[in-house]
Write a protein that binds this ligand. Structure first.
Ligand code: SF4
Length: 327
């Protein structure tokens, strides 16, 4: 029996992403303004569906409103109003709980940085006198979101300006969406094996150990109880994708693909492909160079196993994210 492989890796995959509303241009900031992100609204928007949430607006703070800040207390960091000291932490956190059913169906989340509600990293914290204290904090909504959904790819809009972090986030979001699509279908054991096969190089480029672990779990499809298998595979898959790729791991994945293709290539094309991989290894070429050659040869030789690898097309080409990524 041959394994049924779905169509091209990103076909029909449309991730759902939660987002701080102000990043899409909604005028909900404390001053009535927004923080529109061109990357989100002009580029990513064509390929995803959004779930915009403004926690401060949802708890009725109004627009415009007094600013909030993180205040360090004995019971932890609290989000308080700069006007009257009112503590909004619990209400902001409950916004995440209220949306839990929708959040569970997401593939990623983009949060506004520097916000005491939405900020994920390195927020300034103050004491009761308004003086900065040592250490950094996390926004109340962001903290609850990451507690509820620890495996969800979550990133701050400010960090998405970094091409490496941007590519990593988008790659994880699309991988998350492909796996979610499988679980939402009437899947059979062979469908999980097919998905795992298609993600082989991508998982290897993040975590060879994670690839082996997910492989061991997928091999139990049809043996283990489906819900338990699903939970274990999901956890291991996202844990592997969370690991940052490195040049060495990319070279390993590229050489693996080369090994599969090599018998079909003539000497000239084999040499060109090896040279491109080596140029990338020596930091003389971007990752997109050997990947483009691999894609070309896979299509020309009609090698289904390699052509279907999500590693070669992890998200829509139009996003052009790999061109800027050296590692
Ligand atoms: S950062 Fe969050 S709370 Fe602040 S305006 Fe944007 S969506 Fe609303």
């Amino acid at each position: 029996m041959t394994t049924r492989l779905p169509p091209a890796p990103t076909t029909g995959v449309r991730p759902r992403i939660g987002v701080s509303s102000c990043l899409l241009g909604a005028p909900v900031r404390y001053n009535g303004g927004h923080s529109r992100s061109r990357f989100l609204t002009d580029e990513l928007d064509h390929h995803v569906d959004w779930l915009p949430v403004c926690p401060e607006a949802e708890i009725g703070l109004g627009v415009p409103r007094p600013t909030l800040r993180l205040q360090r207390r004995e019971d932890g960091d609290r989000v308080v109003s700069s006007a009257d000291g009112a503590d909004h932490s619990d209400d902001l956190a409950r916004t995440a709980d209220r949306h839990l059913e929708q959040l569970r169906r997401l593939d990623g989340y983009v949060l506004k940085n520097k916000s005491p509600s939405c900020g994920l990293f390195a927020l300034p914290v103050f004491n009761r006198n308004g003086d900065r204290v040592d250490g950094r904090g996390r926004g109340a909504f962001a903290r609850r979101l990451t507690e509820l959904l620890p495996a969800l790819p979550v990133e701050e809009q400010g960090r998405l300006m970094d091409p490496v972090l941007r590519e990593l986030f988008v790659e994880r979001v699309f991988a998350h969406a492909r796996l979610r699509r499988l679980w939402e279908s009437p899947w059979r054991p062979r469908d999980l094996v097919a998905l795992h096969t298609r993600h082989k190089l991508q998982l290897m480029s993040h975590s060879p150990e994670g690839y082996r672990e997910t492989g061991r779990i997928a091999a139990r499809a049809g043996v283990d109880e489906p819900e338990e298998l699903r939970a274990r595979y999901t956890e291991a898959f996202h844990r592997a994708m969370e690991v940052r790729p490195s040049r060495g791991k990319h070279v390993n994945a590229l050489q693996h693909a080369f090994g599969m293709l090599s018998p079909l290539l003539d000497d000239t094309r084999r040499h060109d492909l090896l040279a491109a991989i080596d140029d990338y290894r020596r930091e003389q070429a971007p990752l997109s160079l050997p990947v483009a050659l691999l894609r070309h040869h896979c299509a020309a030789e009609d090698v289904e196993w390699a052509r279907e690898q999500t590693y070669l097309r992890p998200y829509p080409d139009e996003l052009r994210l790999r061109h800027a990524v050296a590692v």
